[in-house]
Ligand binder design. Structure first.
Ligand code: SF4
Length: 230
């Protein structure tokens, strides 16, 4: 498929699957792109997708960006999921260790230059891993943030140069939690402690009642996204 044909197919599928279930879209994605991967951050949306993918295509690669500074609860959630499903998630590490980063850019870069820190520990490793695939699946939802409001269920990811499937784009947070409860899915226990959106430990705080669910990410900075999604 050349790029023109691919874009036409993407637009057709985005329209066709807009009102279909996430599972139906995942089936289409793995059938059309056997060389596909799921990005997992072990947040509520991603554990739903891990569960769905295990039912549809258990051999599909699932990777996570290991920034080395996730909460211990996040690493424990990873371990519990791996054990439960009998899978091993692909660990994607930054080129620089925390010590090398501190030596080159200064201590606690996340406090002074979070964009640079995210580039080193998330965006560059993501760029490298996605070069190995033709398509990826993500857990983004339209109502998570204004920056995600126009996400389609299928789109061409111009930033990373591959097809992107967002099976939960039309879901609300309530839909996600209904699926988790109804299917008894393993999830990060931090969600029960007022962490609706979980990133690295240094850049995530609890939110207060009534606050935006993503208010706990990079609090004190204008920043709202890692740079993984446009
Ligand atoms: S979320 Fe924070 S610690 Fe994690 S990579 Fe970005 S700036 Fe660094």
């Amino acid at each position: 498929m050349n790029l023109f044909e691919k874009e036409r197919w993407i637009n057709e599928m985005a329209e066709k699957f807009e009102n279909q279930s996430p599972e139906a879209l995942i089936e289409l994605a793995v059938e059309k792109f056997p060389n596909i991967t799921l990005a997992c951050s072990f947040g509520s949306e991603d554990v739903v997708l891990v569960d769905m993918l295990q039912k549809v295509s258990p051999k599909t690669d699932i990777f996570y960006l290991d920034t080395n500074v996730h909460f211990k609860e996040t690493y424990e959630t990873r371990d519990r999921l791996q054990q439960h499903y009998g899978v091993e998630f692909v660990q994607v590490l930054p080129k620089l260790t925390l010590e090398e980063q501190a030596a080159q850019y200064g201590e606690e870069l996340w406090k002074s230059q979070p964009n640079q820190c995210c580039n080193i520990r998330k965006v560059d490793p993501l760029t490298d891993i996605l070069r190995n695939y033709d398509a990826w699946i993500t857990g983004i939802r339209r109502d998570q943030a204004p920056t995600r409001a126009n996400s389609k269920k299928v789109e061409y990811d111009t930033k990373f140069g591959l097809v992107k499937f967002n099976p939960l784009a039309a879901w609300t947070s309530e839909d996600v939690w209904n699926y988790i409860r109804n299917n008894n899915i393993i999830y990060n226990p931090l969600h029960d402690r007022n962490y609706p959106s979980i990133g690295c430990e240094h850049c995530t705080r609890q939110v207060a009642a009534g606050e935006d669910p993503r208010a706990g990410r990079w609090a004190g900075f204008e920043k709202t996204e890692c740079g993984l999604h446009k």
